[in-house]
Design a protein around this ligand. Structure first.
Ligand SMILES: Cc1cc2nc3c(=O)[nH]c(=O)nc-3n(C[C@H](O)[C@H](O)[C@H](O)COP(=O)(O)O)c2cc1C
Length: 329
C-alpha cells in the first residue's frame, strides 16, 4: 500500500479497542463492497502493545490475525520505547503482514499517558521522532501515526506533524480534539487545515463524522485527503458505502432500514462465531446498543438481548423484534 496512491478521499475505519476485531472489520469490508469507485476504505485494527508482541505474549500475537478479505489493513501499535516498537513492527511485518503499521500517539486514557505512550508522546516530540526513525529503519511497510490536535492547545499539532514528517512518517490521522478534551466538546475539523497546509504527506481527519454531511464538512474544512470513522461505524457498517456514494455525486441512499440492520447484525454474529466459536456471541453483546439504537420499543427486548449466547437466542430475538408490537415500526 502507498498512502499517496490510494483513491481519494480515503474513507477508513478508525481503530477502536475491543471493537475493530477481525469479524467487525470483515463486516465493514463486506458492506463497503462492491469495491468503492472513488474512495478507498482502509481498515485500522485496534492498538496492540509493542512490548507484549516483543515478549511473545500469545493473546496479543493471536490478535494480529486477520483475513485477507480485510485488506487494505493497517495494524496499530502502542508503546513508548523506540526499540521495542521497531522490533514489534518487524515481528508484525514477518507474521501477519498487514498493509501498513500505525503508532498510537493520541490515546488520552490514564493507563496510556502514565506509561508515556499514547497522547503523552505529543509532549515528547524528540521521542516521537525517534520512534518513527527506529520503526522506519527496520520495517519497509508504510508507517502512519494517529494523534490529536495537541495536549491542551489546538495548534500543538502543527509543529508535531512537521516533526513526524521530517522523521519519515508516511501519513498522519488526526482526531480533531486535544488530549484534555478526551471525547468532550465537538471535533474542530478546521483546526486540521493548518497541518494540511504545512505537510506534504496525506492527512486524514477524524472525529464526529457520522454521515455524508459531516464527512463533506470535515473534508472541506480541513482539506484532508481522507477521513476515519470510529463510533459512527458501530452498528452501522454501511456508513462507508453511504458516504462514498454521496461524495461521488450520487443520491444519498439514506440510513439502513430496520430489516437491513437486523440482517447486518445476523451476519456480524456469523462472523463472530466463525472467528471466536460460540463464545463470539457473548463478545458480540457490546455491539447490541449500537445496532438497536433508536429502535422504538426496543427497551422491552433488552433483557433477552443481554443474555444471548447462542445463534438460536439471537434468531429468536431478531424474530421478536421483527414481529414485535406495532410501535416498533
Ligand atoms: C471504544 C473505543 C476504542 C478506541 N480505541 C482506539 C485505539 O485502539 N486506537 C486509537 O488510535 N484510537 C482509539 N479510539 C479513538 C477512535 O479511533 C477515534 O479517534 C475517536 O473515537 C473519534 O472518532 P469518532 O468520533 O469517529 O468516533 C477508540 C475510541 C473508542 C470509542
Amino acid at each position: 500500500m502507498d498512502w499517496t496512491k490510494l483513491f481519494k478521499p480515503i474513507i477508513g475505519l478508525s481503530p477502536m479497542a475491543d471493537f475493530t476485531d477481525s469479524p467487525f472489520c470483515r463486516l465493514v469490508r463486506e458492506c463497503a463492497c462492491p469495491p468503492m469507485a472513488e474512495g478507498e476504505a482502509v481498515i485500522f485494527r485496534e492498538m496492540l502493545a509493542a512490548e507484549a508482541i516483543v515478549r511473545g505474549n500469545k493473546r496479543t500475537l493471536g490478535s494480529l490475525a486477520f483475513s485477507q478479505a480485510e485488506r487494505p489493513l493497517v495494524q496499530q501499535l502502542f508503546g513508548s520505547d523506540p526499540e521495542a516498537l521497531a522490533k514489534a513492527a518487524q515481528i508484525v511485518m514477518q507474521t501477519s503482514q498487514p498493509d501498513g503499521i500505525d503508532v498510537n500517539m493520541g490515546c488520552p486514557v490514564y493507563k496510556a499517558v502514565s506509561n508515556f505512550n499514547g497522547a503523552s508522546l505529543m509532549r515528547e516530540p524528540n521521542k516521537a521522532a525517534a520512534i518513527v526513525r527506529a520503526m522506519k529503519s527496520t520495517n519497509s511497510l508504510p508507517l502512519s501515526v494517529k494523534t490529536r490536535l495537541g495536549w491542551s492547545k489546538q495548534d500543538e499539532i502543527v509543529d508535531f506533524a512537521q516533526v513526524l514528517e521530517q522523521a519519515g512518517v508516511d501519513a498522519i490521522e488526526i482526531h480533531a480534539r486535544t488530549k484534555n478534551q478526551a471525547y468532550s466538546g465537538k471535533a474542530d475539523w478546521a483546526a486540521v487545515k493548518k497541518v494540511v497546509d504545512k505537510v506534504k504527506i496525506p492527512v486524514l481527519i477524524n472525529g464526529d463524522i457520522v454521515d455524508p454531511l459531516s464527512a463533506q464538512e470535515a473534508l472541506s474544512q480541513s482539506g484532508a485527503k481522507g477521513l476515519l470513522i470510529g463510533r459512527g461505524a458501530l452498528g452501522n457498517p454501511w456508513i462507508f458505502k453511504r458516504i462514498e456514494t454521496v461524495l461521488s455525486g450520487q443520491p444519498d441512499p439514506g440510513e439502513p432500514s430496520l430489516d437491513e440492520r437486523l440482517k447486518g447484525l445476523r451476519r456480524h454474529a456469523e462472523l463472530q462465531v466463525e472467528y471466536y466459536g460460540e463464545k463470539g456471541l457473548v463478545k458480540l453483546r457490546k455491539h447490541f446498543p449500537w445496532y438497536f439504537k433508536g429502535i422504538p420499543g426496543f427497551r422491552q427486548f433488552r433483557a433477552s438481548a443481554v443474555r444471548i449466547s447462542t445463534m438460536e437466542d439471537l434468531d429468536r430475538l431478531l424474530s421478536d423484534i421483527r414481529t414485535g408490537p406495532q410501535d416498533l415500526e
